[in-house]
Ligand binder design. Structure first.
Ligand SMILES: [Zn+2]
Length: 300
């Protein structure tokens, strides 16, 4: 999966200023500034940026291996004086329309749907994590309680309201991915009304006050009308594209195998034998990995 890196990811907060060698992650609403060479994503170094771009507000983001990454962002509606400080780069749509990515040597605003299947893994991971941080910093510009501008904490990764004291930490939403089996059959679903058209597993967010195991039982029941038993935790995946932390569970059908689809969530749900499961799953998602494991008989 995309977060399985060969190098160390250290996201402990620290007070730091970018140096010339620091990796520069510049984001705006519709993308991250990056070079694209032969399907590989690369970010500029802080020292390569124009003086104007270096003048953006920079925050320490994380360290990958020996490289330190810093994040700067531009928010819609903060005024043309800020927009003018951004490096000159085409909009991502301009490269998407070409049908293939351009050669290196220039910077593009690249969206997650364009970079998530590129390489190398550490760059894709950095871009995805920065997207989540960017969203969080952008959503905490003002205090949700009293409306005053918020500032960064001096001691941890948090946003603080100087007026009323509200402290807000990065938002991570727990969610489940559930592989329900019945003998040699796996329950596969298709989402209703989404761009993602391939088969998926039952999935959903935890509600306030419920355990993650209860989330598994509730989501399966809501989406398919089925009951499950023998829940076994498989592994987790930080799905930073939607600020989620996914908990993969396997479980077995209990009782009737008759499916009642929740029409608002799913367009399709059914039982599939190993040999009937299509094999085309990208290597980045926990859903894909769990489906492949079952298909290949590795689910025990
Ligand atoms: Zn406040």
């Amino acid at each position: 999966m995309f977060q399985d890196l060969d190098i160390r990811y250290d996201n402990a907060w620290r007070r730091a200023e970018p140096s010339a060698d620091s990796v520069a992650l510049i984001r705006r609403e519709d993308g991250i500034l990056a070079e694209l060479t032969d399907g590989r994503l690369a970010f500029p170094r802080f020292g390569q940026l124009s003086p104007a771009a270096r003048g953006l507000e920079w925050r320490y983001a994380f360290t990958l291996g020996e490289e330190t990454y810093f994040l700067a962002q531009w928010e819609e509606g903060t005024g043309p004086e800020t927009a003018d400080r951004l490096p000159d780069a085409p909009h991502p749509a301009q490269c998407a329309h070409r049908g293939s990515f351009p050669q290196g040597g220039r910077l593009w605003w690249v969206q997650s749907k364009e970079y998530r299947n590129l390489g190398p893994k550490d760059a894709v991971f950095a871009a995805a994590v920065s997207e989540s941080l960017h969203r969080w910093y952008g959503a905490t510009r003002f205090c949700g309680r009293c409306g005053k501008p918020m500032t960064d904490s001096d001691t941890e990764r948090a946003r603080v309201c100087p007026d009323c004291g509200l402290t807000v930490y990065p938002k991570i939403c727990p969610a489940v991915i559930v592989a329900v089996t019945h003998g040699d059959r796996l329950l596969l679903t298709k989402y209703q009304g989404r761009a993602f058209k391939r088969y998926a597993l039952v999935a959903g967010f935890a509600e306030i006050g419920e355990s993650i195991e209860d989330t598994v039982r509730r989501e399966v029941l809501e989406e398919t009308g089925l009951r499950v038993k023998n829940l076994r935790y498989y592994k987790s995946q930080p799905w930073v594209f939607t600020d989620s932390l996914l908990f993969g569970f396997r479980c077995e059908l209990e009782g009737s195998d008759e499916i009642t689809i929740q029409q608002s969530e799913l367009s399709e749900a059914g039982w599939y034998r190993r040999e009937e499961i299509p094999g085309d799953y990208s290597g980045i998602s926990l859903t894909g990995e769990m489906i492949e494991r079952f298909k290949n008989g590795m689910d025990d």
